[in-house]
Structure formats: C-alpha cells, structure tokens
Design a protein around this ligand. Structure first.
Ligand SMILES: *Cc1c(COP(=O)(O)O)cnc(C)c1O
Length: 409
C-alpha cells in the first residue's frame, strides 16, 4: 500500500485548486515591529508585515516581555501538567481574575487557545442543556463550527448578521427548549460587527442563551479593551464572552467568561480543558500584563483606529478595491485564487511587503482577498509605500479596480 501516495494526491488536489499554502519563514524583531527578517530562498531580507493579528504590537511591549521573562526565570517554563493532575499555577489564577474583571463577569476559565475555547466550550455547554438547539451565524469561525458539530445537538444556521432570519428560527422553535445563539462580535475577514443588542433582545424575548466570540475585538474596542460588547454597553447581556490572548494581547491562550455556575461546569466537564496541560505561568503573566496595560492605556486603541482609517483612505484614493469595513480590518478584493497568490508573492519578493493571501475555505470562492491589518506602528511612510507597491502589483497583474470589484461582489 502506497500510503504516501494518498497524502501526495491530497496535496495535488489543493494545488489544482490553487489553495496549497506556502508559509514565509519570518523572524520578527522585538522593538521594531512591523519590521521582520524574511529567510527567503535567496537569503535574509528585510520585510514589513501587514497581516499580523498582533493587532496592537503587544507581543513586543516591554511590560509584556518583562512579565514573561521574569516569571519564567522565577517559576520555570512549563506548567508541569493538566490542572487536574498538577494543580493550578498562581499566575493562571491571577489571569482568570483579570479576565473576569475585564468582562464584568463572575468567573473566567483559560484554555490553551481561542480555538480550544470554542471547540470544547461550546459542546460542553450545549450537552449540559437538555435537548439544546444551537443557532449559529453563517459566518462563524471554524472553531465554533467544530464546537457545534461535536456537541451533536440540532443546529440552525442564520444568515450572517440577519436578526430577522434569527427571529424566524427562534419563533418556530419549541419555547420550552434550551437554545444558545452563537455569533462573533467582529468578523475578521470582512471587518463587520454583529448587531449585539438586537441579538440580545431576541435572546431575551425567546429565552435563549447568548455566546459571543470576541477574539478580534478584545483589547481593541471598549474603554478598557473589553471588546465590541463593552463598546456597545452589552457585556452584561451576553451570557458567554469568549476571547483569545493570542491576538491583541500578543501572547497565547483562550478563555470564556460568564456566570460562576457556567464556568465551573465547563471546568468540570470540558475534555479540551481537563485533558491538556495548562498554559505555562510565564505566558499567563505576560497575558495579564497586556490586559492590565490595555485596560488603562487608550493610546494603542486610538492610534490603531487612526492607522486603519489612514490605510483605507490612502488605498481608496489610489483607486484600489478596499472592501467596506467598519473596523480595523482592511480587506482588498481580488476574487481569484491564482491572482491573489501571485499578488502576495510579488509584494513579498519585489516590495518587501508581507500580506498572506486569503482564499477558500477561509472566505467563499470568488471572494479571495488580501487582508491588511494596520497596527499602531505602521507609520505614514510605510502606508505610502504600501499603496505604491499595491498599485504596481494591481497594474501588472491587471487586478480588479474598485468599480470592477463592486460589480463582482
Ligand atoms: C483566531 C480565531 C480563533 C482562535 O483563537 P486562537 O487563540 O488563535 O486559537 C477563534 N475565533 C476566531 C473568530 C478567530 O479568528
């Protein structure tokens, strides 16, 4: 039996569809973000990163690095086991207190990633509710889809951000049946935001629980970085707020926050929590430092929004097809898997600009794009160079203009 033959043909299928992925070998330089070194086939080259989810540059913040190094020096590297077997390290307790406070909730529980939070949190909650019905937004992240699937519960998908459709589904369901509405507060491929209050109104009207993924909003929105729900004054209305420590907080890990009973039940029943080693204390301390800093510092959030607005304005003025986005995400429409890859390759090789292509299944086929994520550290000069490089690539590859993109969408 030619086992490797099966793997090779699976890879060929991806290549045929133009969605075989190649990762750039990068070396970020702390203190000089978004500058990095690219270990290219021809050797080391300086590049500027334009697609990082280290949205606020917190992964290089001196307080965050300091907390990580100090804690690792004092407590060592690994956690030494699952929390059930090896106990809980104190920095993890402090981190959970910090997170509960961030979202104004009774309790928080930390997982090894945001992905795991959804993948194990959602089915654990759903299975503890008798005959639970899950109502999931059509554009929810893969980690939520997997969580829903693993619950084995009946699922209904509502059209993206369409509360009219959500209400139809809620109205048709048995009023006595437990229900959970699952959505993201900020959708990171289009940069649009959920109608949080309208969803919570429906949840109250039809007796449903709400579960919001705030992964792309924590740290960045709300007066203390509590996310979109904080900005909208809706944190107390959402039952489960889930987030990551790996994007705006610049570290690693994920979490849920909510009532003490819900959090305790997930702690006690979730396999993806119970059977895996806890986060290292140094990472917990670093994440706590990032959260604490962003609770009081508004500079990063203001500068982040200012930079995103400037990138949108400059690219729009250059006639580039910036897709509508009400947040810090700047998607540029390409609409072709070959061309999006060619554009990304050309930007890196010829302009020293790194933007990963986004293609199926992350976005639907025909909606391939470049997803640009400005940070507080992308200055005016970098933005002007980005625009110049994009215009050059757009001309040479004959990519869609704004008018053509609008017609195609
Ligand atoms: C990135 C992402 C996650 C996963 O978070 P990690 O901490 O990176 O595992 C979950 N939900 C959404 C919407 C994401 O984009």
């Amino acid at each position: 039996m030619d086992y490797n033959g099966f793997f090779a043909s699976a890879l060929d299928a991806l290549r045929d569809e133009r969605r075989y992925r190649i990762f750039a070998d990068l070396e970020r330089i702390a203190g000089r973000f978004p500058q990095a070194i690219w270990h290219s086939p021809q050797g080391k080259r300086d590049v500027v990163i334009w697609c990082s989810n280290d949205y606020l540059g917190m992964a290089q913040h001196p307080k965050v690095i300091g907390a990580m190094v100090e804690t690792a020096t004092r407590m060592g590297t690994g956690a030494g086991g699952t929390r059930n077997i090896a106990g809980t390290n104190h920095p993890l307790v402090e981190l959970e207190r910090e997170l509960a406070d961030l979202h104004g909730k009774e309790a928080a529980l930390v997982f090894t990633s945001g992905y795991v939070s959804n993948q194990t949190g959602i089915p654990t909650i759903a299975k503890l509710l008798p005959n639970c019905l899950l109502l999931s937004d059509a554009l929810n992240h893969n980690s939520m889809i997997e969580g829903v699937r693993q619950s084995g519960c009946e699922k209904l998908v509502w059209r993206h951000n369409d509360v009219g459709h959500l209400e139809e589904l809620l109205k048709a369901a048995d009023p006595k049946r437990p229900k959970v509405i699952l959505f993201e507060s900020l959708y990171s491929m289009d940069g649009d935001v959920a109608p949080v209050h309208a969803i919570c109104d429906l949840a109250e009207k039809y007796g449903a629980m709400t579960y919001a993924d705030e992964v792309h909003a924590v740290g960045m929105y709300g007066p203390r970085g509590g996310g979109i729900c904080e900005r909208e004054g809706a944190m107390h209305r959402v039952d489960v707020l889930e987030g990551t420590l790996a994007k705006a907080f610049g570290c690693l890990g994920g979490f849920i926050t909510g009532s003490k009973e819900m959090v305790d039940a997930v702690r006690s029943y979730a396999p993806g929590f119970i059977f895996t080693t806890a986060l290292p204390p140094a990472i917990c301390a670093a994440a706590t430092a990032a959260i604490k800093h962003l609770k009081t510092s508004q500079w990063e959030r203001d500068r982040h929004q200012d930079r995103a607005a400037r990138v949108k304005a400059v690219l729009n003025a250059a006639g580039l097809p910036v897709m509508p986005s009400t947040t810090h995400i700047v998607p540029l429409f390409v609409g072709d898997p070959d061309k999006v890859k060619a554009a990304s390759d050309m930007l890196l090789a010829e302009h020293g600009i790194y933007i990963q292509p986004i293609n199926y299944p992350t976005v639907p086929r025909g909606e391939e794009r470049l997803r640009i994520t400005p940070s507080p550290y992308h200055d005016d000069l970098l933005i002007d160079k980005l625009a110049e490089a994009l215009v050059d690539v757009w001309d040479r590859l004959e990519l869609p203009t704004r008018q053509q993109a609008m017609a195609a969408e």
